[in-house]
Design a protein around this ligand. Structure first.
Ligand code: NAI
Ligand code: MG
Length: 497
């Protein structure tokens, strides 16, 4: 039997032992297991969280099911107001959250962790404000009939999130699911659960017990148990395409709707007129070098027109090599550390493969240093392989690390064909002053999101998601909330009786 303990992230000091949130209480795992959380910047253990398993998931799902009837009947704008209060409370302590994110993810505080913390409050506030938009329609079937639809909550949502932007992605499940009247069991990533638990600590001060449950644990244990639990009525997953397929298979057993936000190998197409500094800055941003490129939307295939291939890459080398790699908590660091040893070794493996690839030219970067300060953590070096081919493993697989391949093109039609020759279809970037070309390319590229002349992250309000094996469904928007977290019920009344 689990022991309820009022331990919250905020109360801890030293090697924190943090509980998970089930039915409004902070608890250990039923079986007593724990997972040590490592700071990627130093490889030091900074906390431990419960190793939740099937029994814990079952308790959380039951708590969420028990909380659902009352929560679903709270007037939507009242639910929205609660989310906005949580947003205010998070924003009031945003610096604390930024430090937790930087420490546990290895993402640099100035460039990533602080913007993520602020962005998370924004997401909570944005969806809180949408509560009044959970509207239905009336269907004109004639004067003798009233036919209308209601947007009803689905029930208990099971959501699973990754570690690369854990708090933002957590809030992206919490805010729309709860606003729409569902209750939630959120499985945090085993590599970065602390920021999510911190937000849950705050949310728990405002929400009725059981409405939000956050379970920590491994994917194969807690995550898999959540995906097959018969009490879960909707699955929402963000992470690798490989696990996304498992979630979709699990959902088939109970015919549960799924939303999947999966991987990408997103193309950036640079036209010859964009051989300019702003485009180089944009490529650096799109590649997410300052998040160690651990982003599903990373523009990791750079298609450069042959006429500007060398001059553009020279500027890219110059600017990228000026970025400072170092301690995620240091305000002067631009780039932090890779999340864990497994991902770090995987990224190094791709770099080694590129170095051995016949015909590949390593423009800059390479393997991380084996000695010195950077060897204390999982620090990878931004690396660019020029003269790459679109069929290399490096150009096909999601590396999730700072390894960029540059590919030459001369005809637009070839650039677009190569861009689309991928099983992914998440994001894309087009760089040119010529609006006609830009929009032709934007329309021809198979992706859920195309940016022209910028390489920014998602904003609240914009429907974000992928095509092909990058996923199903949209997030970040009103339509995303309506489609992913409600179902439409039709009521048809004969007025002639
Ligand atoms: P992952 O997809 O295994 O993990 C994401 C989440 O899924 C975590 O919470 C994990 O515990 C859970 N999970 C893992 N196996 C599960 C299972 N069998 N059933 C239910 N839940 C499960 O990602 P991982 O292993 O951390 O990273 C591997 C690769 O995945 C990366 O190199 C990258 O290519 C890709 N990835 C993509 C992300 C994206 O946002 N598109 C985010 C994280 C990883
Ligand atoms: Mg995995």
């Amino acid at each position: 039997m689990a022991v309820a303990m009022s331990r919250t992230v905020a109360e801890q000091g030293g090697l924190r032992r943090v509980g998970m949130l089930v039915d409004g209480a902070w608890v250990d795992a039923s079986a007593g297991g724990t997972i040590a959380i490592e700071a990627p910047g130093t490889r030091a253990a900074i906390a431990s969280v419960p190793r939740g398993e099937a029994e814990d998931i079952d308790r959380a799902v039951k708590a969420a099911a028990a909380a659902f009837p009352a929560w679903s009947k709270v007037p939507p704008r009242e639910r929205g107001r609660l989310l906005q209060k949580i947003a205010d409370a998070v924003e009031g302590r945003v610096e604390e959250l930024a430090r937790i994110i930087a420490e546990e993810t290895g993402n640099a505080i100035r460039t990533q962790a602080r913007p993520e913390a602020k962005g998370s409050a924004d997401i909570l506030r944005y969806f809180g404000g949408l509560a009044g938009e959970l509207k239905g329609e009336t269907i004109p079937l004639g004067e003798h009939v009233l036919s209308y639809t209601r947007r009803e909550p689905i029930g208990v949502v099971g959501a699973i999130i990754p570690w690369n932007a854990p708090v933002l992605l957590g809030c992206l499940k919490i805010a729309p699911a709860l606003c729409a009247g569902n209750t939630l069991v959120l499985k945090a990533a085993e590599d970065a659960p602390l920021g999510v638990l911190w937000v849950a600590t705050i949310a728990n001060e405002f929400l009725p017990k059981g409405v939000l449950n956050v379970v920590t644990g491994y994917g194969e244990e807690a995550g898999a148990a959540l995906s097959i639990h018969p009490g879960v009525r909707k699955l929402s997953f963000t992470g690798s395409t490989e696990v996304g397929k498992l979630i979709m298979r699990a959902a088939a057993d109970h015919i549960v709707p799924v939303s999947l936000e999966l991987g990408g190998k997103s193309p950036s197409i640079v036209y010859p007129d964009a051989d300019e500094n702003w485009a180089v800055d944009g490529i650096i941003a799109a590649m997410r070098f300052t998040r160690q490129s651990q982003s599903c939307t990373a523009g990791s295939r750079l298609f450069l027109h042959a006429n500007i291939f060398d001059s553009f890459l020279a500027k890219l080398a110059d600017k990228t090599q000026k970025l400072k790699i170092g301690d995620p908590l240091d305000e002067t660091s631009d780039i932090g550390a890779i999340i864990n040893a497994k991902q770090f070794n995987k990224v190094c493996g791709y770099v080694e493969e590129g170095m051995k690839q016949p015909g590949a030219r390593m423009l800059f970067g390479g393997l991380p240093p084996k000695t010195g300060p950077l060897s204390q953590g999982y620090y990878a070096i931004p690396t660019v392989f020029a003269d790459a081919a679109n069929d290399w493993r490096l150009a096909r697989e999601e590396i999730f690390g700072p390894v960029l391949v540059a590919i030459r093109w001369t005809e637009e039609v070839d650039a677009i064909a190569m861009a689309n020759d991928s099983h992914y279809g998440l994001a894309a970037y087009v760089w040119t002053h010529d609006i006609g070309r830009a929009l032709r390319a934007a329309h021809a590229i198979e992706a859920g999101w195309v940016q022209v002349n910028q390489g920014l992250g998602q904003s609240p309000g914009h429907s974000y998601g992928g095509v092909k094996q990058s996923g199903i469904g949209r997030e970040f928007s009103l339509e995303g909330m309506l489609d992913s977290f409600t179902h439409r019920k039709n009521v048809t009344v004969n007025l002639g009786v």
